[in-house]
Structure formats: structure tokens, C-alpha cells
Design a protein around this ligand. Structure first.
Ligand code: IVH
Length: 682
């Protein structure tokens, strides 16, 4: 028996917190902050500790589930058979050990299907009697997001099975696979986005995930997505015994199946196939980050069984990370909206896996010291199927003689205030609440889409308003007057009017959006929803003791303390009160279960409404359990028709779908709506 020390207990707890945070960034926000390799390292370390000390395993350990909670803005999708993950292996020896343990259990009659490991978003497609009826993302493996309308727009997704060569159509077929973005389409799309001044996608995987997880399926339709199929969920009315047979049948039914899949009869063939794919990797028109090996015979899979998170009958054998060398041209210190000062290396642009990399975060001074990165250094950068490029190390042999160690400036590069760093905190911060970078950042954030969503109040105007002394604190936004705006250069009468209207509209918001807008450390869209749902009102959140905050699922000490610290501050409470005084209101919380009066109903919106923006109408519907889709079909329950409706209105008439005008819509919301849902002030 190994002795479980307090130190190890703490390490496990730290790992769990860290991994949970990474899961959240990766799955919920689509914005990971560490490389896959680093994540894998943390995960394996936790698995290792839990293996040695089983008493460390908690029900909420990230090893006990797959992924993280889905975003709340798309309807949920339940997987009747959980979608599992794959254990990642990196070393030949580990792969040999996997083969040995398989053979120990099921004997030597086993074969393996070798497949590329596609770097996209895994999804499930449900076919009833040969027709596509639903589609969902993997999410946490059991609950994903319903992306039926979105996936219907993907050209390679069959809308109905091809009935070839007398192949009977199964009554139920759940097909699993990966939606990805081919490299050529990805590059072209980014080029167009660059021309249009839109934000670029970091890589094809993010682009695919972002395109599938859209509320508006016309956006998905405009993206160059593709499907590849490689697994099944539930089936009825079809017998399949091996992966090889399954791939053949899927191809016959009309699904894209990858043509590099190959049956392997021994561990030598596995290793050979892996090496072969790695050689092909750079010439393939899509991204792969390893090879997957699955026991071919379904009966043998049964014998092998599954662990909590992944099956014992399959593994992912990852490729070595992709690396390149380049030169650090400069190191910038960028000031975030919370005052954090982050060093960012400006790199001579370099191609890494089909993506041009020209910047890499160096995170903090400790990280710079550890790697000793200096301006002028040649460095190794990597993106191992990874999302964010990182500097692996300095090539010391290439270091020019004159370079000096890099230190973050002693003063904030924006406002000149001496910077601070607290003991135990790796981050250097500008402590001045008057720092322009922070003032601007806070206001931009408040006005951004996920928060109060003030159209037109972006970076450019925020900078000008702050410069001109018109806005300094959040409530100042609501004091802007037309005569102050029209005198500004490039602000025409019309734009001033539009902006003021957008500001006025933003006053009617929701509690989660309001919380996001306040710019509380660690409170993003998801956490804000969780807080609002958990406590129900702003007042309750503002006054909740730490213990109460922590009873909410998903709220740990880090978030809890941050929320409490924020509302303990008199200045922050004043800002909140001033915003409310200026007329910001929100419905406090979604109706509880049982008051979901529009549960399961599908709405389509067309034309302009007077009393709601599209987003508000969508929110009202979603709060009551309904959903908004982008195209009218027979299964649409209502088409909400505003002024100057588009072709969706014609389609509704044609299909005989019920239409609602704005007044009828209000009636539908109010009549059946829960009582006491009036906006409330503190
Ligand atoms: S099979 C239990 N096959 O890898 C079987 N997955 O870490 C699980 N993936 O979520 C899926 N290529 O997104 C399978 N040829 C392939 C794959 C593949 C990529 C992804 C998939 C899954 C993840 C598992």
C-alpha cells in the first residue's frame, strides 16, 4: 500500500481544478489556452495518481466523464449510447503494451482497423427509416448540442440513406463521425475574412467547431465543411459484425468513409501504418493528428469492455508534435481589461500545419525566465494538432551575441503606473483602475455581443469616447447625448442616432448578460448562466457568502472568491446601482422546469420586429423551452412575422405553417408565461 500524503492529495486537487478549467476553455468557450500535449500530460498525471491511490477518485473528477458541459444557447441533444473518447498514446512501447493486453484478454484472432485521427468536431447523425431526423455534437459524451439544422447544410451529410444493391434500410441507424474543414477551404475562407476585416480562425479545427455550433444555420451553410464517418451509436434492423463491414456499409449508404483506413493484423502492421500516415500527413488535404486503432471484431470489443471515459478496445496513437524554427522579432507587453500584462512574442511568420503563425504568448515573466527567451533569439515553435502556438525552446547555438534577457517593463506600457506582482501570482498587473487600456477594455467588453450587445460600440468608438472624456465608467455610456456625438469627426447624424438607439435597446437585457458585462474575473458567458440559474437574482448573487456560491454546481473556490471579491468592492456596487438607475433592467431568470410553456416548439423568425431584437425574441423563446431555427419546414410550429418579411413567410404559407404577428407573439409569451416575471430592480 502506498501512503497517501497531504501533498499528493493537494496535487490531485490542483490537477482536477486545472483540467476542469481547460475543459471549460476548450469545450465550452472553444478557446483553449494550453496545447493538447500539455493537457494530455496533466490528464495522465491525474489518472496516474488516481490509479495509485483509488481513494483520490472523486465523482466530479475530470477522469470520470468525457469533456465538459455544453453551451446553453443551443438546444440539448442526448446520446442514448454515450460517445466515448479515446486514450491517447505517444510512444511505440505504449502501443505494444496495448496490443499485448488486448491479446491477453481475447486471444490472437484479433485484427485492428487503422484509421486517420481526424482533427475536427465529433458528431452523431440519427436516421429513422433511412431519413436524417436529428444531429448532435458530442458535448460531454451524453449531452451535446442539437445541430440538426446546421448539419443538414453540410454537403457530405446524407439527408437520406442511399438504398443500393438491395441493401435493406435499417429502421434506426445512428452514425458517428467527424465534421472537419478541408485545408483549402479553410485557407480560402480566412483569406476572405481577412479582406472583409473579420477575425480569422486560428486553425481548421476551431473553424469547423465554430461553424457547426452556430445558432444561425445559414452561417454553417456558407462554410466549407465536410464529414467523415467512422462509428455507430444505436441501430435497429441491421446486423454488423466488424468495423471493416461497417465502413463498407456506411459507404454504400452514401456516407463519406476515409480511403486510407486499413486492416492491421499485428502490432508491427500497426506501427507501420502509423509511420505511413505520418509521412502522408503533410500532403493530405485535411488535418490529422494521429492514427486510431480499433479492434475490428465487435464481439471481441464486448469482451474487452470500456473504462469510464474510453474503451479498452481502441486507442489514438498521436503523431509527434509539429515544430518549426523562427526568430523572435520583438516581445510586446499587452495590457488586458483586468490589468494583466502579458508578454507576447512577435515572430517572423512561419507555416505550422497549414496555419501561419506570427505571434505566441509567453504568458508571464516566470515563463520567459524559464525558457530564457530574448528578442533576436531563434526559437522552436510548435502547434501539435494544437490550437495555440507555443515557444518550445530557444536554439542557443543561434543566439546573437548582443541579446539581453527580457524583462517586462516596470511601468504599465499604456498608463505608466508602476506595475505590481503579488506573491504567488505569476501575473504582473497594472493596478491603476484609471489605466486607459483597462477603461477601454472594460467598456468594449460591456458592449460586446455576449454582454450588453451594443451594436456599433466597438474598439474604434470606445477609444475615441474615452479619449474625448465622454465615457470613463460603464454607466457613462447611458449618459451619452446626441449633441456630444455629432460634433465628433466621422460621426454622422445617422450613425449617432443608430448608436443611441442601440444603447437604449441594450437596457433591456438578461441577468447572465449583465453579469458578463460587469467584467468579473472568471465570469464568462457560461459561468454567468450558472450563477444566474443557481441564485436566481442579482441581489442574491451580490450578497451570497462564499459558502453559498460554492454550493452551486461548477462554482469552485476560484470563481466563488472572484465573485465575492467583486461585489465586496464599494465602487463596483456603485457601478451596478448606477447602471440600474439609468434604466438597465433584466428578467431575473428563466422560468423553472414546468413553466417551459414552449417546450419542444420550433420557431422561425422573419422580418423586423418593433419591440424585440432578433436576439431578444430568441431568448424569450428559448427561456420557455422552445427553439429558433433558420429555415421553415413542416416541423416548424410557428413563423414569427415582422415588417418586410423574407421568403420564409412565403414558405410558411406554402407549407401551411402557422404564422404569428408581433402582438400574437406577445400574447403567446404572456398568456402562458409564468407569473411575476416582470423586470425587477434591486
Ligand atoms: S472513434 C470509442 N475514429 O477522436 C470510439 N474517433 O478522442 C471513439 N476521432 O471524439 C471514436 N478520428 O472526435 C474515432 N477515426 C476516428 C477518429 C476519431 C478522430 C476523434 C473523435 C473522438 C476523439 C476521441
Amino acid at each position: 500500500m502506498l501512503m497517501l500524503t497531504e501533498e499528493i492529495r493537494q496535487e490531485a486537487e490542483r490537477l482536477r481544478n486545472e483540467i476542469n478549467e481547460h475543459n471549460y476553455n476548450y469545450y465550452v468557450l472553444d478557446a483553449p489556452v494550453v496545447s493538447d500535449a500539455e493537457y494530455d500530460r496533466l490528464f495522465r498525471r491525474l489518472q496516474e495518481l488516481e490509479g495509485q491511490y483509488p481513494e483520490l477518485v472523486t465523482a466530479d473528477s475530470p477522469t470520470q466523464r468525457v469533456g465538459a458541459a455544453p453551451r446553453t444557447d443551443l438546444p440539448q441533444f442526448r446520446h442514448e449510447v454515450p460517445m466515448m473518447s479515446l486514450q491517447s498514446l505517444f510512444e511505440e512501447e505504449e502501443v505494444r503494451a496495448f496490443d499485448r493486453s488486448v491479446r491477453e484478454t481475447v486471444g490472437d484472432a484479433v485484427t485492428y482497423m487503422g484509421e486517420p485521427k481526424f482533427d475536427g468536431l465529433s458528431i452523431e447523425l440519427v436516421y429513422e427509416n433511412g431519413v436524417l431526423v436529428a444531429a448532435g455534437t458530442r458535448g460531454d459524451g451524453t449531452i451535446g448540442e442539437d445541430v440538426t439544422d446546421n448539419l443538414r447544410t453540410v454537403k457530405t451529410v446524407p439527408l437520406r440513406l442511399r438504398g443500393t444493391y438491395g441493401l435493406p434500410v435499417p429502421s434506426l441507424l445512428e452514425v458517428r463521425g467527424e465534421v472537419y474543414m478541408p485545408l483549402a477551404g479553410f485557407e480560402e475562407m480566412n483569406l476572405r475574412r481577412e479582406e472583409a476585416g473579420e477575425a480569422l480562425f486560428a486553425n481548421p479545427r476551431n473553424a469547423a467547431a465554430g461553424s457547426v455550433r452556430q445558432l444561425d444555420s445559414t452561417i454553417t451553410a456558407s462554410r466549407p465543411l465536410a464529414l467523415v464517418s467512422y462509428a455507430l451509436g444505436r441501430t435497429a434492423g441491421i446486423e454488423i459484425e466488424t468495423q471493416e463491414e461497417m465502413l463498407g456499409k456506411l459507404a454504400q449508404y452514401g456516407f463519406p468513409v476515409n480511403d486510407l483506413c486499413r486492416l492491421c493484423h499485428s502490432v508491427e502492421e500497426i506501427l507501420e501504418y502509423h509511420a505511413h500516415l505520418e509521412e502522408l500527413r503533410d500532403s493530405l488535404p485535411y488535418e490529422i493528428d494521429g492514427a486510431v486503432f480499433k479492434v475490428n471484431e465487435f464481439a471481441l470489443r464486448e469482451e474487452l469492455g470500456v473504462r469510464s471515459r474510453d474503451p479498452r478496445w481502441a486507442i489514438a496513437y498521436k503523431f509527434a508534435p509539429r515544430q518549426e524554427t523562427t526568430v523572435v522579432v520583438d516581445i510586446l507587453a499587452s495590457v488586458g481589461r483586468t490589468g494583466s500584462i502579458t508578454p507576447v512574442a512577435v515572430l517572423e511568420p512561419v507555416q505550422l500545419g497549414g496555419v501561419t503563425v506570427s505571434r505566441a504568448s509567453l504568458h508571464n515573466q516566470d515563463e520567459i525566465d524559464r525558457k530564457d527567451v530574448r528578442i533576436g533569439d531563434t526559437v522552436v515553435v510548435q502547434r501539435a494538432g494544437d490550437v495555440i502556438p507555443q515557444i518550445v525552446k530557444v536554439v542557443l547555438e543561434e543566439r546573437p551575441p548582443e541579446v539581453t534577457p527580457f524583462r517586462l517593463p516596470d511601468r504599465c506600457p499604456v498608463c505608466g503606473t508602476p506595475v505590481q506582482r503579488e506573491a504567488g501570482d505569476p501575473i504582473t498587473r497594472c493596478p491603476s483602475l484609471d489605466c486607459r487600456a483597462q477603461i477601454e477594455g472594460r467598456i468594449e467588453h460591456f458592449a460586446s455581443k455576449g454582454a450588453l450587445d451594443i451594436e456599433g460600440l466597438g474598439e474604434k468608438w470606445v477609444a475615441i469616447f474615452v479619449q474625448e472624456g465622454l465615457v470613463r465608467h460603464l454607466p457613462d455610456i447611458y449618459d451619452l447625448r446626441k449633441e456630444q456625438l455629432v460634433v465628433l469627426e466621422r460621426m454622422a447624424d445617422r450613425s449617432a442616432q443608430n448608436l443611441l438607439e442601440a444603447i437604449e435597446r441594450s437596457k433591456h437585457t438578461t441577468l447572465p448578460r449583465f453579469l458578463v458585462g460587469l467584467n468579473i474575473l472568471h465570469v464568462g458567458e457560461h459561468v454567468a448562466e450558472v450563477l444566474a440559474e443557481g441564485l436566481g437574482s442579482l441581489e442574491a448573487i451580490m450578497n451570497a457568502p462564499l459558502e453559498r456560491l460554492q454550493t452551486i454546481h461548477e462554482i469552485g473556490p476560484q470563481i466563488g472568491e472572484s465573485v465575492q471579491r467583486f461585489f465586496a468592492d464599494e465602487g463596483n456596487r456603485r457601478v451596478v446601482q448606477q447602471l440600474l438607475n439609468r434604466g438597465v433592467t433584466f428578467e431575473e431568470q428563466a422560468p423553472a422546469e414546468g413553466e417551459r410553456t414552449l417546450a419542444g416548439m420550433k420557431f422561425v423568425l422573419t422580418g423586423a420586429l418593433e419591440g424585440f431584437t432578433r436576439e431578444q425574441a430568441t431568448e424569450e423563446i428559448q427561456k420557455r423551452g422552445g427553439r429558433v431555427t433558420s429555415s421553415v419546414s413542416k416541423s416548424t410550429d410557428y413563423v414569427l412575422v415582422g415588417a418586410e418579411p423574407g421568403s420564409k413567410y412565403d414558405k410558411a404559407l406554402q407549407l401551411g405553417v402557422k404564422t404569428l404577428n408581433e402582438a400574437q407573439f406577445r400574447e403567446l409569451l404572456n398568456q402562458q408565461g409564468p407569473a411575476g416575471e416582470q423586470p425587477r430592480l434591486l
